[in-house]
Ligand binder design. Structure first.
Ligand code: F6P
Length: 420
């Protein structure tokens, strides 16, 4: 098996820990010849005192024992998917942490040292339009086959994992196509008749079904809490109201949890819009009652994708207008934007991706053409494997329920316990 790991879609804290865990587990799992000589890679200095140093070298030895890191970007491979450009984009790990200009990069043990504490994704990411086309996926397949890669760990959100799922399903056709175009040999087509894929959910939104938590969501929530704490003191000082817009285009988890942990007065979510019609009455009544019992500040959290029950978008500026005009509150708007997505991962966004990265490699090693592609999740504090296709389908069903204004169904699909 030749393994590649990539990050895709919006970055999230903890993606580097995924890459680190996959690379290190890959190396450890392939440590079949502990006494093999340290030889092959000139740039790799074995760290003294590190019992693992031999492993990092051995990974560069027989080709079937390589671990590869692919720069996230299916984009690069798609766009520049012909042989010439790929040649430029392929190589050993360049000095330091920079993977600039390289699209498929071989890495060893030390190349990912300390990655778990870094924010964003060091190997890069993108939202790829090209991968949505068959031509794009054909180039991706070609690049993988050319590199001899037959197993992929994809860390990304809902869109990236849906793309990965389509890719695997389409794989035999892509191989057939490449063979008929003469871009790969019969031998390559035979060896690559099956692509193993496993998905890890990297998303600050916590918007994937069939898992309790996505990688990056705890860090984003922590960032929001810190921001609310900062706003809280100034709001209190001036007896002001603040409308805080948080990310979450389709999912209100961040808004809801931030509201609970930051003591918000009112929260607006896409999946559960206020029931009253007009909803403004409900909000104003609630906030006024808090003021009446002596509360000196008001915090309203608005998810980016919030709307009313008729799907009319609710934005922070409008909420400000309502609070100003109807309750006479001195109101300010703060949009937290990408400050929520960046920065150092909190401890849980190091632990979760590490445990899941290890499980991802195990799942690939156990994968056969008959087993489905798995998504690695977490349920009730246990790392789980669920069919990727099912998780993607269920996630799309939530969006569909929202667009059909069936909010009860949306919530019950998002959180099965809500049903009980
Ligand atoms: O998908 C995660 C997310 O953070 C959403 O909450 C947000 O709407 C979106 O990414 C922003 O994406 P971009 O960084 O591409 O503007």
């Amino acid at each position: 098996m030749k393994l590649a790991v990539l990050t895709s879609g919006g970055d999230s804290a903890g993606m580097n820990a995924v890459v680190r865990a996959v690379v290190k587990t890959g190396i450890l799992k392939y440590d079949l010849f502990p006494s093999a000589p340290i030889t092959s890679h000139p740039r790799h200095r074995p760290p003294t005192g590190d019992a693992k140093h031999g492993l990092a070298e051995k990974v560069f030895a027989p080709p079937h024992k390589e671990v590869k890191v692919q720069d996230a970007t299916f984009v690069h491979n798609m766009r520049f998917g012909d042989g010439e450009l790929l040649k430029d984009g392929t190589g050993d790990h360049p000095t330091g942490r920079s993977l600039r200009g390289r699209y498929i990069v071989r890495v060893g043990w030390d190349d990912v040292r300390g990655w778990f504490s870094q924010g964003g994704t060091l190997i890069g990411t993108a939202r790829s339009a090209a991968f949505r086309t068959v031509e794009g996926r054909l180039s991706a397949a070609y690049n993988l086959i050319k590199e001899g890669i037959d197993a992929l760990v994809v860390c990304g959100g809902d869109g990236s994992l849906s793309g990965a799922d389509v890719f695997r399903e389409e794989w035999p056709k892509l191989v057939e196509n490449l063979l008929s175009q003469g871009r790969i040999t019969e031998e390559q087509a035979k060896t690559h008749s099956h692509l193993k894929i496993v998905g890890l959910v990297g998303s600050i939104d916590n918007d994937m079904s069939m898992t309790d938590l996505t990688i990056g969501a705890p860090t984003a929530l922590q960032r929001i809490c810190e921001a609310i704490d900062n706003i809280d003191s100034t709001a209190y000082s001036h007896s002001r109201a603040f409308v805080i817009e948080v990310m979450g285009r389709h999912c209100g988890w961040l808004a809801l949890m931030a509201g609970v942990s930051g003591g918000a007065d009112f929260i607006l979510l896409p999946e559960a819009p206020p029931e009253a019609d007009p909803w403004e009455d409900e909000m104003c009544k609630m906030i006024q009652s808090h003021r009446d019992i002596g509360k000196r500040k008001t915090i309203v959290i608005v998810a980016e994708g919030a709307h009313d029950r008729n799907l009319k978008p609710i934005n922070a500026e409008y909420v400000k207008e309502v609070l100003t005009n109807r309750l006479g509150l001195d109101t300010r708007v703060t949009t937290l934007g990408h400050t929520q997505r960046g920065g150092k991962p909190v401890a849980y966004d190091r632990i979760l991706p590490t445990l899941q990265g290890v499980e991802a490699v195990n799942a690939l090693l156990e994968s056969t053409p008959e087993t489905p592609s798995y998504m690695i999740g977490i349920r009730e504090n246990k790392i789980t494997r669920v069919p990727l296709m099912e998780a993607v389908k269920m996630t799309h069903a939530v969006a569909e329920a929202v667009s059909n204004q069936d909010f009860e169904k949306a919530m019950s699909l998002r959180d099965p316990e809500f049903r009980e």
